[in-house]
Design a protein around this ligand. Structure first.
Ligand code: AHG
Ligand code: MN
Ligand code: MN
Length: 343
């Protein structure tokens, strides 16, 4: 079986101009993933579960494992010199790698070091999400904010690690999506899911229905549509929501389905972050034949304004995303009228 390392090197060989820098960068992500995986597996035995008592810039309480994963990925990305800076969910500002090698780095990386971290305490799957861009500023200098605020369509590569019943790394460099499963006895990722494609249609919808009353009208109508009996099976769709974006996304990618995080009463742009959650997963879903939208616009076409920007997120099987998008748009005027009544 082909290993992740062999696969990355094979892909590089297909590009005569490739310098090996992206290859090296991907392998530093692979290394950090193994370290984080090892420690997540020990959660409960060592003192790494629970909250730190500190909140990140977005007002969310940081878990011990959030900070641990952040440090491991940061160190791995700085070590090899391909990366000039990172943006992370757990860092207030962009992090610039100031060493000479760092300043010469060709890439910036945006990362959610631990996604679904509150699930660690209850032994539910969590993940890491990463997104890679070529810098726009000249090499040799410190990166600028503009290097990080590129639209998602310009990603060079993106992927995630899922620390689940088995640990997998799934990534794309824009030529399809491939998934690798870690053999824990060897610590080696093997190609197990070649050229992943999401079915055009699915029967799973994933959304936190606790927020139902605050959803846009079109989303409420779509949920009701999912709950109706559907001709093909005489059954409604199936609701599945883990509360770990990576896990919900991974299941829907394999089986077909839709993941939704709409605006809610308190979170007008939803909860998920454009740069290190939505963009990388949108890149992967498009590469797998699916779609990702904020209800009106393709996620990958949004020009980011700030590093921790949030967006509503509808992602998955193409026919399902098309359907919810058209319902959101149909009822958008009624939503606007309601909002202006309230204000
Ligand atoms: P993170 O742990 O990186 O902050 O992400 C949590 C996200 C995502 O994983 C999940 O889908 C979503 O938050 C769940 O939010 P709700 O609890 O509001 O449903
Ligand atoms: Mn997350
Ligand atoms: Mn996180």
């Amino acid at each position: 079986m082909k290993t992740l390392g062999e696969h990355i090197v094979d892909k590089q060989a297909e590009f005569p101009d490739a310098t090996g820098e992206l290859t090296s960068l991907l392998s530093s992500i692979k290394l950090a993933a193994k370290v984080v995986n090892r420690d997540i597996n020990k959660a409960g035995l060592v003192d790494i579960i629970g909250a730190t008592g500190v909140h990140n810039i977005q007002g969310e309480e940081q878990q011990k494992m959030d900070l641990f994963a952040n440090e491991k990925f940061k160190a791995a990305l700085e070590a090899r010199g391909e990366v000039c800076g990172i943006a992370s969910e757990e860092e207030d500002e962009i992090i610039v790698f100031h060493s000479e090698r760092g300043r010469n780095g060709k890439y910036v990386v945006l990362i959610d070091p631990l996604d679904g971290s509150s699930n660690i305490d209850v032994n539910v799957s969590v993940g890491t999400i990463f997104s890679i861009y070529r810098r726009l500023s000249a090499r040799g200098n410190a990166p600028t904010l503009e290097d990080f605020l590129q639209p998602g369509r310009d990603q060079v590569a993106a992927g995630y690690i899922i620390y689940g019943s088995s640990t997998m790394l799934v990534y794309s460099t824009g030529f399809g999506v491939n998934g690798f499963t870690c053999d824990p006895s060897l610590g080696v990722f093997y190609l197990s899911h070649e050229n992943m494609q999401i079915p055009e249609d699915g029967r799973i919808y994933s959304i936190n229905e606790g927020n139902y009353l605050a959803f846009p009208l079109g989303v409420k109508k779509y949920i009701k549509y999912c709950q109706e009996e559907h001709q093909e099976s005489d059954r409604p769709y199936t609701s599945r929501y883990i509360g770990s974006l990576v896990s919900d996304f991974h299941r829907n990618l394999l089986k077909g389905g839709i993941y939704m995080y709409p605006s809610t009463g308190t979170l007008k742009c939803g909860k998920l972050r454009l740069l290190y959650e939505c963009n990388p997963l949108a890149f992967l879903i498009e590469q797998a034949g699916g779609r990702a939208s904020n209800g009106f616009t393709r996620i990958l076409d949004i020009k980011p304004k700030e590093v921790h920007q949030r967006v509503p997120f509808y992602c998955g099987s193409v026919n399902m995303v098309n359907k919810v998008e058209s319902m959101i748009q149909t009822y958008a005027d009624q939503d606007k009228a309601k909002d202006s009544d309230v204000s």
